[in-house]
Design a protein around this ligand. Structure first.
Ligand code: NDP
Length: 288
């Protein structure tokens, strides 16, 4: 049976480059998924012209029925999954017309709750030795949270998925009432969504460590400051370079020790709890 890899939000940017890299390096079938059928098919056709052969499936990470359709398709066609790269995400430009509470609700809906929806749907399909990559950000490091109490809760080895998810809901509610800063949250929807993704990966690895399926590994990654639509083309790296660390994590060898970690774009494992990350700017001035 073929091994299967899936990348979300892969019609452009870093996701597209991850699919290209997997087509080169992964021994199996690679799915380019996209919320928009036309944009996804166009991306697949472009890769085919370059001699690669990914498959396409529609997948909107915020849409229950789209996710359910894809899950059933994978189950029936392939019986399982070996690599999942949760790359799809959004950010608002800092001068977007939406109010802060609107930006918070939408950013969390896609970046945290959308990613969580995919994990809940597809994790049961993961086969032994699967690799999951959660595309976070430099602002997904714990040091971006100011509140000491919030930090301690997020860092705790006892934190559960339900508690983390409730914290994300609390942030959305606090932003709506403009009390998020006094609660210890930063003034950035994108930052909180990505801290949530990084914290979730740690919780998920603890669950995989107890899973009867052997050697399932999940890591969060900062892909670097990448020239894409999301960064307003203001990054410093090409999408191919941004795909480097996600690919490294997607292709980690059997029984790797690198699991439940937060990994930098140069493949370095960072200390998420006690460390600091240096960014010469928070990814780009546009990520709010
Ligand atoms: P792009 O805006 O170029 O690509 C984002 C992709 O996510 C697009 O394919 C987009 O689809 C897709 N997407 C958005 N919403 C959904 C959804 N509901 N369901 C499925 N797919 C969706 O951004 P990047 O390539 O820069 O970003 C990729 C990842 O890397 C993101 O998670 C981002 O947060 C992260 N990142 C990026 C950095 C950078 O400097 N660029 C830095 C740090 C992290 P569509 O085309 O339909 O909008």
């Amino acid at each position: 049976m073929s091994r299967i890899a899936v990348v979300t939000g892969a019609n452009k940017g870093i996701g597209y480059a991850i699919v290209k890299g997997l087509c080169r390096e992964f021994d199996g079938v690679v799915y380019l998924t996209s919320r928009n059928e036309e944009r996804g098919q166009a991306a697949v056709n472009k890769l085919k012209k370059d001699g690669f052969n990914p498959k396409f499936h529609q997948l909107d990470i915020t849409d229950d029925s789209s996710v359910e359709r894809f899950r059933e398709y994978l189950k029936e066609t392939h019986g399982g999954l070996d690599v999942l790269v949760n790359n799809g995400g959004i950010s608002f430009m800092f001068d977007a017309p939406e109010t802060f509470p609107q930006r918070v609700a939408e950013t969390l809906r896609v970046n945290y709750f959308g990613l969580l929806r995919i994990c809940k749907a597809l994790f049961p399909l993961l086969r032994p030795h699967s690799r999951v990559v959660q595309v976070s950000s430099s602002v997904g490091h714990l040091c971006k949270i100011q509140g000491a109490e919030l930090k301690a809760r997020l860092a705790s080895r006892e934190l559960t998925e339900e508690e983390l998810t409730q914290m994300m809901r609390n942030f959305v509610d606090a932003a709506a009432m403009n009390t998020h800063k006094e609660a210890g949250w930063p003034n950035s929807s994108y930052t909180v969504s990505k801290v949530g993704v990084s914290a979730l990966s740690r919780i998920q690895q603890r669950a995989f460590d107890k899973d009867p399926r052997e050697d399932i590994v999940v890591n969060a990654v900062h892909p670097g400051s990448v020239i894409t639509d999301m960064s307003g083309k203001l990054g410093t790296m090409t999408p191919e370079r941004g795909a480097q660390a996600p690919l490294y994590l997607a292709l980690l060898p059997k029984y790797t020790e690198i699991k439940g970690e937060y990994v930098w774009h140069d493949n370095t494992v960072m200390d998420w709890v006690n460390g600091e990350v240096k960014t010469f700017r928070p990814d780009s001035p546009n990520l709010y």
